[in-house]
Design a protein around this ligand. Sequence first.
Ligand code: GCU
Length: 394
Amino acid sequence: MRKIFIVLLASVLLSFELIAQNYDESKVPSYILPDVLESQNKMKIANVKDWESIRRPEILALFEENVYGIMPKKFDNSNFKIKNENKLSMNGKAHLKELEISVSNNNQTVIINLVLFVPTRAKKPAATFLLINNRGKNNTSPTRDTISGFWPAEQVIDAGYAVAAFHVNDAAPDDKNNYRNGVLRLYPEQLKADNGMKAIGAWAWAASRIMDYFEKDKDVDASKVILTGHSRGGKASLWAAAQDTRFAMCVTNCSGNTGAALSRRRFGETVKVINTTFPHWFADNYKKFNDNESALPLDQHMLVSLIAPRPVYVTNASEDLWADPVGTFKSVKEAEKVYELYNVKSGLPQSIPAINMPFVKPPLAYHIREGKHDMTFYDWAQFIKTADLYFNRQ
Ligand code: GCU
C-alpha cells in the first residue's frame, strides 16, 4: 500500500515537474554567458556609439526572434476617452481619471482601461508610476474599496507621484485558450509566425500605448514614467522598457525566469517549465530552448542591459527560490558593463545583499525582501526612494 502511494506521489510530482527542479546551489550547471559587449560577428563593443548602433539593436532583435516575439510598431489609429473623473478623490489628495485607450488596426479595436491618480498638492506635471497589473482588478480599484501593497496608490500619492495601472487581460487574457482575444486581433500575422508575440509581448505593447497617452496628458510628466511589474508583469515591464526608451525607469519585482533571472543556471523555474505551463506567454521559437538553455544566443542579463543607462530596480523575496534570487542578482551585476559604457557607475555590492538590506541608489537598485513571492508596501517604499534619488526629489 505504502509503495503504491509513493509511486503515485512520484508520478504526480514528476508530471508537475516538481521534483525535477533544482534548488541546490552546488548543482547549478557550469555555464558561459554570452558577452553582452561582443557582437555576433565578434566585434568588441567599447563605446556608447557602437553599443547603440550595433550591439543594442542586435540584442533587441535576438530577444524578439527567440523569446518575446516581434513587437509591432504600427497601428491605424488610437483614441482616448475619459470615462470618469473625480478631482477630489482620496479625500482631496488626488485627481482620479479613468480612461479608455482604444487602438485600432486591421479593422479591429482593442480597449485598454487605465486608472490614473494624480497628486493634487504636488507639482505638476507629475512623475508617474505605471503598474502592469497581473493580479485581480480589485488591486487597482479606482474607488479604493481594496487597498493592498500590490498597488499602494495612497502611499505613492503621498510621496508626490502620480500612480496609474492597467490590467493585463485588457491587452491579452492570461489564459492559453484565450490570449488571442485582445491586442493579437490587431496583428493576426503574429499568430502564424514562429517569432510572433504572445501574451507577454502584448502586455508590453499595451504599456507603450499608455505611454502614448501620457505624452498627451499635461498632468503627467511623460519623461518621468516608472514602469512597474511583478512576476509575469515584471517580465513584461523589462521587455517594454527595453523596447521603449520613453520609460525613464523600470521596476521588475520577483520577475524570475525569463524576467531578470539568468536562464542558464536552471535554478528553480526553467525555460522548459515556463514554456510548458504558460505556452501562451512567449514566441513559439522559445520552445526550441527547452532543456537547451546553452543554445540561447542571449541570457537575461542582456535584457536588463538594454535599459541602460536608465535605472532598473530588481527585487526578490527570500522564500521565492522559484525565481532564483542569486541568478537574478548575478544578471543585474552583468548588466553593469553596459552602464559603465555610459559612465554611469553602479554601486551594487559584489554579491547578493542580506535580506531586507535594500540597495536603492540608481542606476541599478536591488533588494531581497524577507517573505513570499509578492509585491508589498515595503517594496514600493524602496522603489520610491530610488525614483526620488534619480529625479532629485529627496
Ligand atoms: C508562476 C510562473 C512564474 C511567474 C509567476 C507569477 O509561478 O512560473 O514564472 O513569474 O507565476 O507571475 O506570479
